[in-house]
Ligand binder design. Structure first.
Ligand code: GSH
Length: 313
């Protein structure tokens, strides 16, 4: 199997979801660090224009979105096992409920002032650049004057979610689905991890002892065994490889025609579209093939939830 390459940056909560999952699986993987603030020209060439992080690359196959990346890795490396994968109600519902709602809920709690936002990184200029770059699609999450207005509702919503998680964890004593972690655990974990990054408002978790112990358990998985790879070398891996032919026969969808050109984009935020030829329609996966003069052929895989498919204009 070619190397597992994850494009990410240290601050990304969605990247953290996958890092902890790779840790649980005790996997060796290649870590391709990209800048927090765009441009990321090679990566965007590879994905055909997707801007969201993280991205998984295995040879010339590119997987977008943690809700596809996680099951793809689990399929390749079933051990140690997950509790509740295919069709598990909790593992289906939690990502849909938490993402991105939880991420937005925790922002007013983490950034209670402009100073809190400065404490996000060591370099104030970087913070200013970050806010400016993300503003077009995350303005409501990053405008501290508005965040203050959102604080009471966010604090209430957050406590409600934590109460549910805490009760569940009191019952299971392990993870949300029982003795093993399930996709629901990694999904619920990552926005709380984000909340606890500098300036680390730990007080928000007071009273939720079961949640705190569970956060620790997931934190203890670590990140597996990452070794660095430059984006240039990762790009070269894709250039040298051929995409894996879509294995199982497509489930089919009367409205989607294999071999036709489509445009696929997230339907929530960071909606930069990717265009390509549809080569696979799976139960929860769509695959576009793209040809690139520097890269050859690559397959870009999307989850079906949360993405809009349209004809290119
Ligand atoms: N549904 C996506 C969401 C990913 C996401 O929102 N990623 C953030 C970083 S944590 C992002 O891409 N931000 C814009 C950027 O990094 O340029 C997933 O599960 O992968």
């Amino acid at each position: 199997l070619p190397d597992i390459i994850l494009y990410h940056y240290p601050e990304t909560p969605f990247g953290e979801k996958i890092r902890k999952f790779l840790g649980y699986k005790r996997l060796e993987w290649r870590s391709a660090l990209v800048p927090l603030i765009r441009p990321r020209p090679l990566l965007e060439k590879l994905t055909g224009g997707n801007r969201r992080i993280p991205v998984l690359q295995i040879g010339a196959d590119i997987y977008l979105d943690t809700n596809l990346i996680l099951p793809v890795i689990d399929r390749l490396f079933p051990n140690p096992p997950l509790a509740g994968t295919d069709g598990d109600p909790l593992s289906t519902a939690i990502p849909l409920w938490f993402e991105p709602r939880m991420f937005m809920t925790v922002n007013p709690l983490r950034f209670q002032s402009r100073n809190d936002m400065t404490l996000m990184g060591s370099d104030p200029q970087r913070t200013t650049d970050f806010v400016a770059e993300r503003a077009p699609f995350m303005a409501s999450m990053l405008d501290t004057s508005k965040l203050r207005d959102h604080f009471p509702a966010a604090a209430f919503g957050f406590r409600q979610l934590m109460t549910l998680l805490d009760r569940r964890l009191l019952a299971t004593r392990g993870f949300l689905g029982g003795d093993f972690p399930s996709p629901a655990d990694f999904s619920a974990y990552h926005p709380i991890w984000w909340l606890l990054q500098p300036p680390a408002h730990e007080e928000i978790l007071e009273g939720f002892d079961n949640v705190r112990a569970w956060l620790q358990r997931i934190g203890n998985f670590g990140d597996g065994k990452p070794s660095p790879i430059s984006v240039e070398d990762a790009f070269e891996h894709a250039r040298m490889a051929e995409p894996v032919p879509p294995g199982t026969p497509p489930a089919g969808d009367a409205r989607l025609k294999l071999g036709s050109l489509y445009r696929i984009a997230p339907n929530d935020y960071g909606k930069d579209p990717v265009e390509g030829t549809l080569v696979h329609v799976g139960e929860n996966e769509l695959t576009l093939a793209r040809e690139h003069e520097e890269l050859g052929r690559v397959h870009i895989h999307f989850p079906r939830w949360g993405y809009t498919v349209s004809l290119p204009s």
